[in-house]
Design a protein around this ligand. Structure first.
Ligand code: BGC
Length: 378
């Protein structure tokens, strides 16, 4: 991190030669010192602002740290900030990065709809913007997007449930409780759609029933079961509520669709509190992110799977995008159809997610070095 960073030689390096005088130091961004459009700048003259949503969730700490280290390793100046899941705080932090003379902003938004005005400021200074993991909506001022295939994440969760319950062959009915992610997170609708496209036919057929009634009639209604801020506590309270209100008289929940690990953690707590113990009868419980606490839960039989998104590969891809922007090269993308932010289809690089089950923890998470065996008590 280099929060006290001051741009000292912006615009002074041309074709590798330092011309002019360092007395011209300024925090002002000079056009053409980066930001693509064929312009090139030396990494050490380039400030990359990295705006992450929160430190409270494990993955964002890993994301921020990895990207920061990569960029610094390539000699870029960086400003890394976490916004405590507060939208206003994130906007102020981005404004500060703009004032510091950022050339590129990498932003994982808290509220994908709230950054239009601050990105107008960025655009007025020719700053390039990369949406990181989550799309930024309703603004033309987002240049690129890098993420994992969010629809595929949900599809993998749905397909895992179908396989575990053998829904193709079993009549059920199985009791399902579906959850969705934060209503302000653009990814959450993709996660839900991916899963619901697989599961809803079984709900319609009656093989899956939802005792709480919290089964959206269509993908568009996903926000009705969204958990604001992806909070574990909120998910726990919601699951406790459903168990207390709809599972009297010995009825058991067979499967919980959880879109990510922070929700799964709360849901597992609620299940434990209601007397569900690991073993044959424990509900199928999905997740996403391979957070350490959840991998430990998987090993302990309290979560059935997680969708692992190797955040190192996302950081690598975004660092590559930054480099391509700064060197004035064409920025590599592989999806120019899916991510319409309401103003434009944002050129996107999609990475593949991977299913991890208790059986594959070692072969995927440990062998890749994402965790050490020690981290997981193995
Ligand atoms: C990310 C997930 C994460 C969730 C909560 C989503 O936008 O894609 O990986 O679990 O936010 O932080």
């Amino acid at each position: 991190m280099s929060l006290g960073w001051k741009k000292t030689a912006a615009g002074l390096v041309t074709a590798g030669l330092l011309v002019g005088s360092l007395a011209a130091c300024s925090q002002e961004r000079e056009s053409g010192s980066g930001g693509g459009d064929g312009a090139t700048a030396a990494p050490e003259d380039t400030l990359v602002g990295i705006s992450m949503p929160t430190k409270s969730l494990e993955r964002w700490n890993r994301d921020g740290q990895h990207l920061d280290e990569l960029l610094q390793g390539a000699n870029y100046e960086t400003a890394l900030q976490y916004a405590d899941n507060k939208v206003d705080q994130q906007i102020t932090q981005i404004e500060n990065m703009i004032n510091q003379g950022a050339d590129v902003l990498v932003i994982a938004p808290i509220d994908g709809d709230a950054l239009g005005p601050v990105l107008d400021q960025a655009a007025s200074q020719d700053i390039k913007v990369i949406a990181y993991d989550r799309l930024i909506n309703n603004t033309p001022n987002v240049d690129y997007y890098a993420t994992f295939d969010n629809y595929e994440v949900g599809k993998m969760q749905g397909e895992f449930i179908v396989e575990q319950l053998d829904l193709a062959n079993q009549a059920g009915p199985f009791n399902l409780e579906p959850f969705a992610g934060s209503p302000d997170d653009n990814n959450a609708k993709f996660f839900f759609s991916g899963a619901w496209d697989v599961l809803k036919p079984y709900v319609d057929e009656g093989k899956l029933v939802v005792p709480s009634g919290k089964a959206p009639a269509s993908n568009d209604e996903w926000q009705s079961i969204g958990i604001q801020g992806w909070g574990s506590d909120t998910a726990q309270a919601e699951m406790e509520n459903r168990l207390n209100s709809f599972y009297g008289g010995g009825q058991r929940v067979d499967v919980v669709l959880s879109p990510n690990d922070s929700l799964a953690l709360g849901i597992a707590q609620a299940l434990e509190g209601a007397g569900y113990a690991p073993g044959e009868e424990y509900p199928v419980l999905t997740g996403q992110d391979a957070d350490q606490a959840n991998v430990l839960n998987m090993i302990a039989g309290k979560q059935s799977m997680t969708v692992w998104k190797d955040t190192r590969t996302l950081g690598d891809q975004v660092a590559k995008m930054v480099e391509q922007i700064i060197e004035g090269q064409e920025v590599q993308v592989n999806d120019e159809e899916t991510y319409d932010n309401g103003e434009k289809v944002v050129p996107t690089f999609l990475l593949p997610p991977v299913v991890v089950t208790p059986d594959t923890v070692e072969s995927s998470l440990v062998e890749s070095g994402f965790y050490s065996a020690d981290d997981l008590g193995l």
